[in-house]
Design a protein. Structure first.
Length: 467
């Protein structure tokens, strides 16, 4: 789960802003909105949801983009030809080139703190801490020294012998030679890359037990648990989900029907490879060398590529159906559906029970412009289903940016789940919580927000003021 995230000097974010998903002290409402993801940390309670408001161009999307930037940097910095590049705040006479990011999250019953700083040429600082134990342990920190053009490395990794794996045979592997090799690899990581990224790319977790136990869980969070959805993001797994459950009454169809879309069924159809461009099929086959399933889109249609048990290429696409009589239905390709229906298909995995007891459970969904193409009643019902529907995993999280004021309801959300992004006079973004206002539980939050009580609304100039 995401526990805490901060960013500084990134796009419209000038000074550090922080999204803290830990519960506010003394706030007891809606205990089912709270998870305790680390069994050994009884005092750690994390919110399952967060809703972020703000005017157009206030910086809401930049908060999401900052989190996506961190994810991309961890997963792909080793592949970037010229390394990862910062995107500093530009609306200032003297641009500070160094951007900073920090994230706390839970993975495999541990809490980690990971951060890095970078300028236009180098990763200036990178560090990873294990936070779940009685004391914080610095797994590693690398700090760039411009004078020597090298990195200084600090670590308390030897202390992990006493707080790490309980299996003595594994502890024996964490000897002095292993630690020295681990720290040496960190020291000589490329200046414009993150150690995490290079370690996974070079399969070091298979060679060094320290990396397998300490670094792989962190990488796993970014690779498999964190899902960032932008307004133009398509959920590529919909084809796989539907095909795997074709023999059942699809849950997606039930949910779409709940929202009065008229869709009575969602299923998959096999596609002739000759109907698609050769280059597209070849690209999919290339990607299938490293993956079991590849989603691709062509002319608005979403396709799924995979090999069957006989190693034959299988291509499928999602279709919807509507009943025109008790005995007859008509099918539609997704490009024939409304934007609202397609948007729902992208969002439904966050509230689907299909993942509840699978390895995909316990995911963090961060959705920008959550309400795009959705009716206000549907937006509100989706949030209610996430918290109250009983389908999601106890450690699933849903964090969204939105303009939908109907979600500002004390009967739906806790005060500490509501956040605002305000654009300052210098065009920079700040982030703050509704809980800072300590409002009563019977307050009309929607009315107060739209009237400007909490800021984060547009100031609309009259014709007179423009003159």
């Amino acid at each position: 789960m995401l526990v805490y995230f901060s960013a500084e000097n990134f796009r419209s974010i000038k000074e550090e802003i922080a999204l803290d998903m830990r519960t506010a002290p003394r706030l007891r409402r809606y205990s089912h909105h709270v998870a305790r993801p680390v069994s050994k940390e009884k005092q750690l309670s994390v919110l399952k949801g967060g809703v972020v408001y703000g005017a157009n161009a206030s910086g809401k999307s930049n908060l999401v983009k900052a989190l996506k930037f961190v994810q991309n940097s961890v997963l792909t910095s080793h592949k970037a030809q010229n390394g990862i590049k910062s995107e500093p705040f530009k609306l200032t006479e003297t641009i500070n080139e160094e951007s900073k990011f920090y994230i706390e999250f839970t993975s495999f019953d541990e809490r980690y703190g990971y951060g890095f700083s970078l300028d236009k040429e180098n990763v200036t600082n990178e560090y990873l801490y294990l936070l779940s134990n009685k004391k914080q342990v610095c797994i590693y920190e690398r700090t760039y020294d411009s004078h020597s053009d090298s990195y200084e490395i600090t670590s308390q990794i030897d202390e992990f012998i006493f707080v790490g794996p309980e299996d003595p045979s594994e502890q024996d592997k964490f000897n002095e030679a292993q630690i020295s090799e681990f720290l040496l690899l960190i020291k000589y990581t490329a200046n414009n890359s993150l150690f995490i990224s290079e370690a996974i790319d070079k399969n070091l977790e298979k060679k060094i037990p320290l990396i397998r136990h300490l670094v792989t869980p962190m990488f796993y969070f970014f690779k498999y648990k964190l899902t960032v959805i932008f307004p133009d993001t398509s959920y590529g797994g919909i084809t796989r989900d539907v095909r795997e459950h074709n023999d059942e009454k699809p849950e997606y169809a039930e949910l779409l029907n709940r929202f009065d879309t008229g869709v009575s069924g969602v299923s998959s159809e096999e596609v002739d490879p000759n109907s698609l461009p050769d280059a597209m099929v070849e690209a999919a086959e290339q990607k299938l060398k490293a993956r079991n399933f590849v989603p691709m889109e062509y002319k608005g249609v979403r396709y799924g590529f995979e090999y069957d048990k006989s190693d034959n290429l299988l291509i499928s696409k999602v279709v919807t159906s509507r009943k025109i009589s008790e005995s007859k239905t008509v099918t539609f390709d997704l490009e024939e559906e409304s934007d609202g229906t397609c948007r729902l298909l992208d969002l439904l995995p966050a509230i689907s029970s299909r993942r509840r007891n699978t390895p995909e459970a316990g995911k963090v969904y961060v959705i920008d412009e959550f309400d795009r193409s959705l009716h206000p009643n549907i937006s509100k019902d989706l949030i209610s289903l996430f918290f109250n529907g009983g389908a999601t995993h106890d450690e699933d999280q849903l964090i969204v940016t939105t303009h939908e004021s109907n979600l500002l309801d004390n009967e739906l959300l806790r005060r500490d789940e509501i956040w605002f992004v305000q654009k300052e006079d210098d065009q920079s973004s700040i982030l703050y919580s509704l809980n800072d206002y300590n409002e009563r539980f019977d307050k009309d939050l929607r009315k107060a927000y739209l009237s400007g009580t909490y800021g984060a609304v547009p100031f609309i100039m009259t014709d007179y003021e423009r003159d």
